[in-house]
Structures are given as structure tokens and as C-alpha cells.
Design a protein around this ligand. Structure first.
Ligand SMILES: [Ca+2]
Ligand SMILES: [Ca+2]
Ligand SMILES: [Ca+2]
Ligand SMILES: [Ca+2]
Length: 386
């Protein structure tokens, strides 16, 4: 794909969307009124991943860098500024190849004069920013395609709150995984175990009380988990799966589809699925009550003595998931990054769980933040092979 020819921005007419927006109260054309654009944003466009990092306003300008990556390769960069000029604002940018050779000539810039600002929009001629929430914005850019037609491309951006951590590679399964609690599939024979050995809550535990390990794999349709848990007593004191679900023995799967981190307590920017001994799947819904998400995870466990093998198929839902509809799972692809952690709530004989043991050893989980803050999750990267 040649982005240099397809990515040619032109100034254009006003769409109906912007006409509606013009009815909102206009704000002064000052940088302080668009400071919500500041931050690190990640999104998808042109069949790849986009990253855009905006500085805070200072001394009359804001600056940004932009990067587009497709299939793990950088397609181009941009340097952008928004500056105050003649009692208004102008957005200016230049494009660069992956070796930083410029697209435009030395004195040439692509300019987008400001049209207007509202509390949630900054509309420039040919490019506009729309604030969806503190952690989500959309950018609309008018682009001339190869046919000479003008298309408005939408960039859906999520604020990156999570600090970088080295991703763990998850290998793809080339054969179907049968959810039967048996690790017969070839992929389960080849990928390595990972430990569940970090004490997040409770007293220290012995090997007989608890030990655990897990493996992951994926296909286009789902993430798959194999967990092997040694637990001396399996306890299911609350038969109602929605009553204190974290106080019975259960696996807890932390999953953040777009790996951006941030608060997920009463929203679906990430999930914290509790899978109980009966296979019920519970997380906090947006109405602040526990809810069954059994359609998201199919599981089977086989217990022999004090060792339980769990095999799970986990459908992956993005931040647009709504508790009011069934939703469509995300199709997985190589190089996709997702936030992930795994834990076991162990209770043998107490009113409340005795231990909470996890797969990751960061301070955030030790401060018991994982159930509400996805920034503490680990990071997975999906690969065809190692
Ligand atoms: Ca199986
Ligand atoms: Ca135990
Ligand atoms: Ca998220
Ligand atoms: Ca137990």
C-alpha cells in the first residue's frame, strides 16, 4: 500500500455532522479550551495501529507526533502542531517516511485553520477532534483517495494509561481446541507453563494449600487458557453465583482487549471474569451489580484428587461492549496486544477467601487494584510462532 499517494489531505466542505455541532456553545479559540487533547492515544486506522502523543499547551502551541504501523512495520510519521495565530488557532503538519525522509518540501506544511471549538469538539477545516470521554476521542480527517474522491477517515482513539511492560508472547493454535478439560491438543503439548505464584492477598500458603500454573493459546475466534490448580479443599459455600463470588474457589481472568489500562470497575474497558467451580462467569456490570457473563467463557474442569485442570475458551470483547446486548467478539490477529492477568481465589474453610494468588508480581496487584484498574495488568502479544 502506498500511503504517500492515498494519504493526501484536502480542505473540504462541511458535513452534516459538523453542522449539528455548530449549534453547541462556542468557546474562545484558545489552546486552554482544547487541552483535553493532551496525552498518549492509541487507535486503529488504515488496517493498522496508530499512536498519537500530544503535549500540554505551553507558550502558544501544542505539539504531537503520530505513527502508523501496519503488520508490525512503520508506514509513516507525522509531526503536528496547533499554534495560536491571529487570535485563532491553526493545526499544521508534515509527513515523514519510516527513515524520517520528508514527504513535503522544505517550506511546505499542510494547514488546517480552526473553524470553531466547543466543550467536546475542536473543528479545523479538514480535521476535527471529538471528545467522547476523558479516555476516548475520535479524530475525523478528510482524505483524498486514489480515485480523487474525498473520504472522511475516523480514528477511534483510547487514552493509553498503562505503563509499558514487556509483552508475553502467546502462540497461535493451528488446530481446533476442544473444551473438554483434556490437554490433548498439540498446542498444549508445545507451549510452556507459566506460574501462578504471587501472593496478592492473605497469608503465605504452602504447596499443599495451593499451587498453580497455566498456558495460553489463541485462534482468530478466542483466547484459550489451560490452568492446573492444586487446592486441598474445593469450596463452593455460596450456591448463588452472584453472592460474594470472590469468596468461593474460583479462577479470576483479567482481560483488557485494547491494552490501554485505566479504570474498569463499572465499565467494560476491561473485564475481571470470575469463573466458579460450576463454570459460572461473573463480573461487575455497568449498573454496579454482579452479572453472569457465561456466554463470554466456555469452560470445563476435571478434578482428580486435589488437582483440577481447567480448559477455557475466552471470547474477547472491546470497550464498546454493552450489558444491554449480546455483542460481537473481536477477531484476533497476529501482533495484537491485550492486557491480561490470571489469579485464583482460594478458600478452604472460611467466611472470606483465604488467599488470592496471581500470575504477575507488580505492586498494583499487591495493593488489590486489579479488580478495578487495568493499568496493573500484564501484557500479552499474539504471534503465529515464537
Ligand atoms: Ca481440550
Ligand atoms: Ca487451599
Ligand atoms: Ca481497555
Ligand atoms: Ca480452596
Amino acid at each position: 500500500m502506498n500511503f504517500k499517494t492515498t494519504y493526501f489531505i484536502v480542505i473540504l466542505s462541511i458535513s452534516s455532522f459538523f453542522c449539528q455541532a455548530q449549534k453547541e456553545t462556542k468557546l474562545e479559540p484558545k489552546l486552554e479550551n482544547i487541552s483535553w487533547i493532551s496525552g498518549t492515544w492509541h487507535g486503529e486506522a488504515f488496517g493498522g495501529q496508530t499512536e498519537e502523543i500530544w503535549s500540554e499547551p505551553s507558550d502558544g502551541s501544542m505539539m504531537a507526533t503520530f505513527k502508523l504501523t501496519v503488520d508490525g512495520k512503520v508506514q509513516f510519521y507525522e509531526i503536528e502542531i496547533i499554534r495560536e495565530v491571529n487570535n485563532s488557532l491553526v493545526l499544521q503538519l508534515k509527513h515523514f517516511n519510516n527513515d524520517l525522509k520528508g514527504w513535503e518540501t522544505k517550506d511546505e506544511t499542510i494547514d488546517f485553520p480552526l473553524k470553531y471549538i466547543t466543550a467536546s469538539k475542536a473543528v479545523f477545516e479538514g480535521m476535527s477532534f471529538e471528545k467522547v470521554s476523558n479516555n476516548q476521542m475520535n479524530i475525523f480527517v478528510d482524505i483524498k483517495n486514489d480515485m480523487g474522491d474525498i473520504e472522511t477517515v475516523e480514528f477511534k482513539y483510547y487514552r493509553k494509561i498503562k505503563p509499558y511492560n514487556k509483552p508475553t508472547v502467546v502462540r497461535k493454535s493451528t488446530s481446533e481446541i476442544s473444551i473438554d478439560g483434556l490437554a490433548n491438543e498439540p498446542i498444549w503439548q508445545t507451549v510452556a507453563w507459566q506460574a501462578i505464584d504471587q501472593l496478592w492477598l492473605g497469608d503465605t500458603f504452602t504447596k499443599d494449600d495451593f499451587s498453580g500454573r497455566y498456558k495460553l493459546t489463541w485462534t482468530e475466534d478466542a483466547l484459550y487458557l489451560l490452568a492446573e490448580i492444586r487446592d486441598d479443599v474445593l469450596l463452593d459455600q455460596n450456591k448463588d453465583p452472584l453472592k460474594a463470588w470472590w469468596d468461593d474457589d474460583c479462577l479470576e481472568i483479567f482481560l483488557d482487549e485494547n491494552n490501554n489500562g485505566g479504570n474498569h470497575q463499572y465499565n467494560h474497558s476491561a473485564f475481571a471474569y470470575h469463573v466458579d467451580l460450576d463454570g459460572n462467569v461473573v463480573d461487575m456490570a455497568t449498573d454496579k451489580t454482579g452479572k453472569l457473563y457465561n456466554s463470554h467463557i466456555d469452560s470445563k474442569r476435571i478434578t482428580k484428587g486435589n488437582i483440577t485442570t481447567w480448559e477455557l475458551k475466552i471470547l474477547v470483547y472491546d470497550e464498546s461492549y454493552s450489558d444491554q446486548s449480546a455483542g460481537t467478539p473481536v477477531q484476533l490477529a497476529p501482533n495484537k496486544k491485550m492486557g491480561f492477568a490470571l489469579a485464583y481465589c482460594d478458600n478452604d474453610n472460611s467466611e472470606h477467601r483465604e488467599n488470592f494468588i496471581g500470575s504477575s508480581n507488580n505492586e498494583g496487584f499487591k495493593q488489590d487494584l486489579g479488580w478495578k484498574n487495568a493499568s496493573v495488568f500484564g501484557t500479552l502479544i499474539l504471534k503465529e510462532k515464537d
